[in-house]
Design a protein around this ligand. Structure first.
Ligand SMILES: Cc1cc2nc3c(=O)[nH]c(=O)nc-3n(C[C@H](O)[C@H](O)[C@H](O)COP(=O)(O)OP(=O)(O)OC[C@H]3O[C@@H](n4cnc5c(N)ncnc54)[C@H](O)[C@@H]3O)c2cc1C
Length: 273
């Protein structure tokens, strides 16, 4: 339903828990990430998205819900979101959600957003542009498709005007200012100010059992097992490997003319010319 000018603004911010990239180490034998013992943090782009949403809330009658899909420990990033100023946190956690590719992840997030929209008005979904571990930047646009809402990507600043969204998009070498009807989905790559620090009193509140944190499973969002997790994934990882890289140096001998001819032959042999 279209939002009326000046009315309450319902915002959901997608927040992913990711391994702290500053602490990541590679297994020299297999070339894979060593995740064990690596601390988990809020995805950096999502911190920017949350700040962008909280800035809107600072100037409007609005509520901000942080939504994450992940294992139970992902509640930590939702507590942090509450401490920064979010009103509510919802974690999607269910064994059926495990092994999801981006399609199944965005479907599951989309079902939860539909449920949020039924509970209270939902006008805007803010995602980070990209997760620092998965790195696909597909979730925001896919969530918009699942919801059937317009999307604005690469946003660095947002304003809500009457029933419209004004967004500033950071593109290579330029900034584009666009208007978009609400409800809408945006993906954020920067925020006008540095993300705020969690406040101590809110941090204490977020740790209490009565904190506004909920865990929803597949039944809560009426998501069939065939559409979520590994079963609902359209892609399969066949294998993961580090590409072999190497450099062979050969020296060209002879006069300048002979060296030039040898170089041409070499390039021809490698089908480069
Ligand atoms: C074939 C395949 C199999 C996979 N199997 C597994 C697996 O077994 N286990 C596993 O952990 N991962 C698995 N993944 C990775 C998983 O699909 C991605 O982590 C997930 O879909 C999000 O994609 P992304 O990290 O690239 O997010 P991006 O698209 O880069 O993220 C953009 C934004 O979307 C939002 N977002 C993304 N993910 C979430 C989330 N979970 N909750 C809330 N907001 C979110 C955030 O705002 C984020 O900034 C698999 C991926 C593929 C392709």
């Amino acid at each position: 339903m279209a939002r009326e000018a000046g009315s309450f603004l319902g915002v959901a911010v997608l927040v992913k828990q990711v391994p702290d990239s500053a602490e990541i180490k590679m297994d020299p034998q297999t070339g894979t990430l060593l995740r064990e013992g690596v601390p988990a943090v809020m995805n950096p782009d999502d911190r920017l998205g949350l700040e962008t949403a909280l800035l809107l809330k600072d100037g409007l009658d609005a509520s901000v819900t942080a939504l994450s899909m992940g294992p139970p420990q992902a509640l930590d990033v939702l507590s942090e979101a509450l401490a920064m100023g979010a009103d509510r946190g919802v974690l999607l956690s269910d064994r059926n959600f495990a092994g999801a590719d981006t399609w199944a992840t965005s479907y599951t997030l989309g079902r939860a957003l539909e449920r949020l929209g039924q509970q209270e008005s939902l006008d805007l979904v803010v995602c980070g542009r990209q997760a620092s571990d998965g790195d696909t930047a597909q979730i925001g646009p896919q969530v918009a498709e699942h919801l059937g809402w317009p999307q604005v990507t690469y946003v660095e600043r947002l304003a809500v005007e009457e029933c419209e969204l004004r967004a500033w998009r950071r593109l290579p070498g330029l900034v584009q200012e666009v208007l978009c009807p609400l409800p809408a989905v945006v993906t954020v790559l920067a925020s006008p100010v540095a993300p705020r620090w969690p406040l101590l009193d809110r941090l204490l509140m977020a740790c209490r059992s009565e904190a506004p944190l909920e865990v929803w499973d597949a039944a809560d969002i009426a998501a069939p097992a065939a559409s979520t997790g590994l079963k609902g994934s359209l892609t399969r990882v066949v294998r993961t490997f580090s590409p072999k890289s190497g450099r062979v140096t050969s020296w060209l001998e002879g006069s300048a003319g002979e060296q030039a001819q040898a170089l041409i032959n070499e390039l021809r042999n490698h089908k480069l010319i």
